[in-house]
Write a protein that binds this ligand. Structure first.
Ligand code: GFB
Length: 402
């Protein structure tokens, strides 16, 4: 009997917890907005996230935080990693209403977004890779076609019953009254959730949205892991974080420099209108010799300008070649040691780079851009490989820090 009473009490407690979570979450009468971060890897997704956050705020809809999409070698389907694995949810709420996709799907979707009303939004018809699915009389977003599109929505068992083409509306809410147009065309009563096949944002991130980086704060796990690494693995004193983007995908991407005004994140050093110059190959990939020259120059510069806080070590993050041997050889005479993580971890690399005393990144890489934006929030200095050009530097003596 006693046992039965305890069991009933436990069930009541669970029911109470569930109902209070639902009450806390309460539906947003202004509606919701979500999307698949279906383009690119982390740097691209982070750029898109900031734009989507600004877009959700302009439309006054709660942003359903999508998981991050990751690709593992040898796996055919993307992996979806909960948003809050890497970043805190609470600080985002200082800017705008957000909810994780898991919370939304478990606690609110049945009421707010029943299966029979799930509409996918795309600009215009998107063709399926499977020819037989393309029906000229029934244009479709094919929101779940291919990887990561299918695996992404499958994570929460989401299927769409209809497609909505939103052309000619767009996402630039900073330079027009676009938000009002969205609200007029898609009121929350008839469209409780706007679910986009891709991020409702531009790449690279719009200048106006860079500052939203301040609300993207590392989760406790990454804050602790980065602090532990810095404390336990690096010598005491200031350290310089560097990002070496040099994998084979990057070598190929750099071939586009010659035909472009901008490439990926290049506005972060050249300006959105190329105010600070045109694109050149060294911004994308610098020779080993030039990397070492720039490193030594930066370290000497800090010695002269901040003699009380000299650089004691270099932390290298890379997708491919960390150049540990070459860098140790080149810098040992200056008393500088060179370090990397024992195991590949793109997120921990980012969190550590964000905390370094000085940072040299790749101007074209959106992965570097994440670090630069985070450092800007804290007022930490950042520089870029090959910027300004070596010969311009000699002639004009331009201050490198951005
Ligand atoms: O983040 P991401 O879009 O930056 O893609 P880019 C690069 C990915 O490579 C990262 C890994 O998400 C990481 O998984 N990666 C890059 C790194 N640098 C590091 C690093 O220092 N440490 C570790 N551990 N991993 C561009 C894309 O990548 O690459 C374009 O923007 C295109 O869409 C192009 O795919 C080829 O902007 O650098």
């Amino acid at each position: 009997m006693q046992w039965l009473k305890m069991k009933l009490r436990f069930v009541n407690l669970i029911l109470l917890l569930i109902s209070s979570t639902c009450a806390q979450l309460g539906g947003d009468p202004n509606g919701y907005l979500t999307y698949c971060p279906c383009m690119g890897r982390f740097g691209n997704q982070a750029d898109h996230f900031l734009g989507s956050l600004a877009f959700a705020k302009a439309l006054n809809r709660t942003l359903i935080l999508p998981p991050w999409v990751e690709y593992r070698r040898g796996e055919l389907r993307s992996r979806q990693v909960p948003f809050n694995t890497y970043f805190e949810v609470e600080p985002l709420k200082e800017y705008h209403r957000v909810i994780t996709m898991a919370d939304f799907m478990w606690h609110l979707a049945d009421d707010i977004w029943p299966e029979s009303e799930r509409v996918s939004f795309c600009y215009k018809e998107r063709y399926s890779l499977k020819q037989e699915k393309n029906d000229p009389d029934k244009p479709n977003c094919h929101a779940k076609d291919g990887n990561p599109f299918g695996p992404f929505w499958d994570t929460f068992h989401i299927d769409f019953v209809r497609s909505e083409f939103y052309a000619p509306l767009h996402f630039d809410v900073h330079h027009s009254n676009e938000a009002a147009k969205w609200q007029a065309k898609y009121p929350a009563e008839s469209y409780p959730v706007l679910a986009f096949t891709g991020a409702p944002a531009s790449f690279p991130v719009q200048l106006e949205n860079c500052k939203l980086q301040r609300y993207l704060q590392w989760s406790q796990r990454y804050r602790d892991a980065s602090k532990d690494f810095i404390r336990e693995q690096l010598p005491r004193g200031a350290f310089l974080g560097i990002h070496l983007r040099n994998g084979i995908d990057w070598v190929r991407a750099c071939e586009h420099v010659k035909d472009s005004q901008h490439l990926f994140a290049s506005p972060q050093c050249l300006g959105y209108k190329n105010e600070r110059g045109a694109l050149y190959p060294e911004l994308c990939m610098l020779s080993k010799e030039a990397i070492i020259r720039q490193l030594k120059r930066t370290i000497k510069n800090v010695r002269q300008t901040q003699p009380d806080n000299e650089i004691k070590s270099v932390f290298v993050a890379s997708d491919s070649n960390h150049m540990i041997g070459e860098l140790n050889t080149a810098l040992s005479r200056m008393g500088i040691s060179v370090h990397k993580l024992p195991e590949d971890d793109p997120y921990l690399d980012l969190a550590i780079l964000g905390q370094s005393n000085h940072f040299i990144g790749n101007c074209i890489s959106s992965y570097s851009a994440f670090v630069k934006r985070e450092r800007d929030v804290h007022g930490f200095p950042s520089y870029f490989w090959g910027f300004p050009k070596e010969k311009d530097r000699k002639h004009t003596n331009v201050h490198e820090e951005l």
